[in-house]
Design a binder for this molecule. Structure first.
Ligand code: 5RP
Length: 267
């Protein structure tokens, strides 16, 4: 691997080869989603607990301290909204020069396999990889499902993840599902999982993260199940324990409960 590419990958994946990414890019098609109405207030207290931020350039420029040094995975696809006809109708919205200017560690883009705009989003991915490769910037492909959450099964996700890797993505972000080990086995690049919509109980999200890591995922790129929790710092600390300390779900739940009752002072 080229030095620059290797250097950027190691900003995201720590020495143990694992990562806790905080996804806060939701506004690119959802607008001011609940608990992310004032992004800076939600993001700042969580930064000390995560390895990178997945974020859009607008929120990065306006709401994140440039001198802070948190590695950035820049969301570059978009051009759709929750009100539009089809969420899969995305383009590349940020130039590679802008990504370099922002000193990002990776760029991220969604693909929608099996959708009306499948070809367009896969072409977007291939073009982005060609541009980013010239500068040693890794590309994270998100296997997005739009509003069709029921699509999240091993057969579909394995197909999407494998296509993303075949096209040259260095990292793939997908959903956890039953038989997740099949998805991991068939994808030759590191997989991280999204959390999806906020689950009823924090314990369920911790169980999901534990199961995904046990099946071979290299980390999480989680948003709503962290910052839509009433206890986001307790939640991110427990997730971190699963990812980097190889804690069981039970141990992480114990830590979460402890921090719920004894909140950490802000770092
Ligand atoms: C949608 C995305 C999201 O914007 C986000 O990153 C997902 O995070 P979570 O599901 O954990 O809230 O990638 O495809």
């Amino acid at each position: 691997m080229d030095w620059g590419m290797h250097n950027r990958m190691s900003r995201i994946f720590k020495e143990d080869g694992r990562t806790v990414m905080l996804a806060v890019d939701h506004g690119y098609f959802l607008g001011a989603v609940s608990r992310l109405e004032e992004p800076g207030k939600t993001i700042a207290p969580l930064i000390p607990y995560v390895d990178s931020l997945m974020i859009t350039r607008g929120i990065l420029r306006n709401c994140v301290e440039a001198a802070g040094g948190i590695p950035v995975v820049l969301r570059v696809s978009g051009g759709n909204s929750i009100l539009g006809d089809d969420l899969s109708n995305e383009g590349i919205m940020v130039s590679i020069q802008e990504a370099i200017r922002l000193n990002v560690s990776a760029v991220a883009l969604s693909i929608y396999v099996g959708s009306k705009y499948e070809h367009q989003t896969l072409t977007n991915l291939a073009k982005l990889i060609d541009q980013a490769q010239d500068y040693g910037i890794p590309v994270l492909a998100v296997t997005a499902v739009g509003k069709e959450l029921a699509k999240r099964d091993a057969h579909y996700l394995s197909l999407s993840c494998r296509i993303a890797a075949e096209l040259g993505a260095q990292i793939v972000k997908t959903y956890y599902c039953e038989d997740f080990e099949k998805v991991v086995k068939s994808c030759p690049v590191p997989l991280v999982i999204a959390g999806g919509p906020k689950l009823k109980k924090e314990e369920d999200a911790l169980e999901m993260a534990y199961s995904a890591l046990s099946c071979g995922a290299k980390g999480v790129d989680m948003g709503r199940n962290i910052w839509q929790s009433r206890w986001p710092i307790a939640m991110v600390s427990a997730i971190r324990q699963i990812v980097h300390d190889k804690a069981t779900a039970k141990k992480a739940c114990d830590l979460f409960h402890h921090l719920q009752n004894n909140p950490k002072p802000a770092k």
